[in-house]
Design a protein around this ligand. Structure first.
Ligand code: NDP
Length: 254
């Protein structure tokens, strides 16, 4: 099937992700929550990683109530810079699940929206740790599990401000630029040595808590709900995107 022009319109078969183990970061809220529920609905065993355990438990219960494959919960603070903590999680997953067929790096924080001249250095570092460093450390730690699965897919979450710099987006935009670089390097390094594909996805404006924080005066109904863009996430996790590697993609046409 050819790649749809608007990825959000992709129609997934009900069992698209059957038998796949997929880890979603920031699975407790917003886009990550919708992706976790959608992956599970399409047959995946989803590993729910996030900071707030009660949010993860709510998603866990919703997946169980839908009768979808039983998920796993991994409460973890992605502000962690200790590499061994990532290795511990990866080992735990490898022992319990074996191969990992997909990772959606989705968790993120906004930081401050202000001129760089006024940007607080500690906040800058915190945003880079959560939005960029954690993506590197987690991917590196999970690599043995990803290599053990056939045709694994890694999705890094980008943003419009990670592709074209924009005033006042500070560390958030810098981290997203870093995400694009990280994606391209992983994609190039893995291309000839493994069946792992690596792409970046810009969800585009989506009605979530982060969007409300960034645009407090905007009507929440002026951007789509996370559920409306899941076609893109399903397409990139499913085997119909096996040939796509190193691409910067948008979840919907803007
Ligand atoms: P939300 O703020 O709604 O959700 C963010 C999620 O990230 C939450 O589940 C949160 O966990 C988790 N998270 C935040 N900090 C940490 C941490 N230190 N450790 C672990 N988990 C953490 O954001 P969105 O759903 O809007 O955003 C998802 C992704 O999409 C982000 O990468 C964002 O940059 C990107 N994006 C969003 C756009 C939009 O319009 N919404 C546009 C462009 C990009 P918890 O449940 O514990 O709070």
């Amino acid at each position: 099937m050819p790649q749809p022009d608007d990825l959000s319109t992709y129609q997934a078969t009900p069992d698209l992700l059957k038998g796949k183990n997929i880890l979603v970061t920031g699975a407790g809220a917003g886009i990550g929550r919708a992706a976790a529920l959608s992956f599970a609905q399409h047959g995946a065993t989803v590993i729910l990683l996030g900071k707030t355990e009660s949010h993860l438990s709510e998603v866990y219960d919703a997946i169980e109530a839908n009768g979808d494959p039983q998920p796993a919960i991994v409460p973890f603070d992605l502000a962690t810079t200790d590499e061994s903590a990532y290795e511990d999680i990866a080992l735990q997953l490898q022992n319990n699940l074996g191969g990992l067929h997909g990772v959606l790096h989705n968790a993120g924080i906004l930081g401050e929206l202000k001129p760089l001249e006024q940007y607080d250095g500690k906040t800058f570092a915190d945003v880079l740790n959560v939005n960029l460093l954690s993506n590197f450390l987690l991917t590196k730690a999970l690599m043995p599990s990803l290599k053990a699965a056939e045709n694994a897919s890694i999705i890094f979450t980008s943003s419009s401000v990670g592709r074209q710099g924009r005033a006042y987006w500070g560390a958030y935009a810098v981290a997203k630029f870093g995400i694009e670089g990280l994606m391209q390097i992983w994609a190039d390094e893995l291309e000839s040595t493994s069946s792992i594909r690596v792409n970046s996805l810009n969800p585009c404006g989506t009605s979530t808590a982060m969007r409300r924080q960034a645009y407090p005066a905007e009507s929440p109904s002026s951007t789509p709900q996370p559920e409306a863009i899941m076609g893109a996430y399903l397409f990139l996790m499913g085997d119909e995107s096996i040939h796509i590697n190193g691409q910067q993609l948008d979840a919907r046409t803007r």
